[in-house]
Design a binder for this molecule. Structure first.
Ligand code: 0WD
Ligand code: CA
Length: 380
């Protein structure tokens, strides 16, 4: 009796093969040195046009064209055109990885590996936005996520599944929130031109079907990653002329009036901005501050690599290393769990604030997300 350790039941839980493993997500466990993250390199680009059609080129890339630095505050009216010059993408259409997979299938030669059983030289293929959610998980207190994973010919594909809560929020979005979403796109129109030396045309239509995406290759610890992300514009006069460093991310946020407001902005909003731009190596984020009347009252540029210096002074703030270490741990967890190579098999990883990451297994179900055309294309 005396030899039986007191915590044997807890220990059995952790090692019993019949109990599915989970991954803790609290920040304390991931506090440590910043992990290896290879400088992201651009492998390719594609565009989505006004009808949401794919083109394997940069036709929808726009050029950063800010107002002159000197001179009055811009006064851009972000509400202009909301009722009469707005074409909204149908958000009920779930595209999954479709456009990214089209790029991959058309650029297989660029991704070829030595390994015969593995046509693509990447451990993971996903959208950048999905990885952003993983990075911010240790500090997220509001929204959970669902990520579907399939292992197909040696590569793990990650595709987000909308949670019930997110669907409800999307369907019940208030008029105010809809207008705020539009205002973000309108800001892009005020700040971007169609040609390197052009000027913005705020009289045009805002069409959110349009987009330009960069395809990035990098490595986090032992995980090679291929992901794509939508990019707002490139700066033809950037101090770092090559992509992805020359890209600029545009954001809008409510104008701040006190140090407390700024601290809260750093703690809760900046983490998302940082994660989104750090992942693909976008070097600058330009914030447009909204006044109460919906006009821009000021601009501020953040260098992505310097954001950690802004937050370091605040002991209650998030840490970039925690975000990256958690992401590396999550990818290792996925690799350990998903070992059956089967395009129809889906492991659904689920996370809710305050909980560890867990998963469920789905065979030949509605969760299957790799399209037949893609599976066929990569099997030949
Ligand atoms: O089918 C879907 N529900 C999703 C499609 C979910 C997530 C992404 N996508 C696709 C779309 O094809 C989109 O073009 O991803 C692309 C963007 O991918 P991303 O860069 O990985 O996503 P993210 O970093 O979350 O967002 C970047 C920008 C956003 O800018 P802001 O400044 O708001 O972060 O892409 C736009 C948005 O302008 N965006 C979307 N555009 C179309 N459909 C979507 C979406 N669902 N989500 C963000
Ligand atoms: Ca943006």
């Amino acid at each position: 009796d005396r030899d039986v350790p007191k915590d044997c039941s807890a220990k059995r839980q952790r090692t019993d093969p019949k109990v599915p493993p989970t991954l803790p997500a609290g920040p304390s466990r991931y506090d440590g040195p910043f992990p290896f993250y290879r400088r992201p390199s651009e492998m390719g680009r594609f565009s989505l046009d006004g009808q949401r059609c794919y083109h394997g080129d940069a036709r929808k890339l726009r050029y950063y064209a800010p107002p002159p630095i000197e001179g009055p505050s811009p006064g851009f009216d972000l509400r202009d055109g909301y009722h009469d010059r707005y074409v909204r993408r149908d958000e009920s259409i779930r595209e999954g990885l479709e456009h990214l997979l089209r790029w991959v299938s058309q650029n297989r030669k660029l991704l070829q590996s030595e390994d015969k059983g593995r046509p693509l030289n990447a451990d993971f293929i996903t959208w950048r936005g999905h990885l952003t959610k993983v990075l911010t998980t240790p500090y997220e207190t509001q929204e959970g996520w669902l990520l579907a994973v399939s292992l197909f010919r040696g590569t793990l594909y990650i595709s987000e599944v909308e949670t019930e809560a997110a669907r409800k929020q999307r369907e019940e979005r208030s008029e105010l929130l809809k207008e705020l979403t539009y205002m973000g796109y309108k800001f892009e129109q005020y700040m971007c031109a169609d040609t390197p030396d052009g000027t913005p045309d705020p009289t045009g239509v805002v069409n959110t079907n349009e987009g330009f995406c960069t395809v990035i290759r990098t490595r986090l610890g032992t995980h090679s990653l291929l992901f794509s992300g939508e990019v707002d514009c490139t700066d033809p006069r950037s101090p770092w002329p090559d992509p992805p460093s020359c890209y600029v991310e545009l954001k809008t946020s409510k104008v701040m009036h006190s140090p407390a407001q700024r601290r809260s902005f750093y703690r809760h909003k900046m983490i998302k901005w940082w994660a989104q731009s750090f992942l693909p190596g976008v070097s600058r984020i330009v914030a447009g501050y909204r006044g109460p009347d919906g006009t821009i009252v000021g601009l501020e540029t953040f260098e992505t690599m310097k954001i950690f210096q802004l937050i370091r002074e605040d002991p209650g703030c998030w840490k970039p290393a925690v975000c990256m270490n958690f992401c590396a741990a999550f990818l290792a967890f996925v690799k350990k769990v998903v070992t059956e190579d089967n395009s129809k098999l889906v492991h659904l990883f689920a996370w809710e604030p305050g909980q560890p990451v867990s998963f469920t297994v789905h065979r030949d179900s509605s969760y299957t997300f790799l399209p037949d055309w893609y599976v066929d294309a990569l099997s030949t």
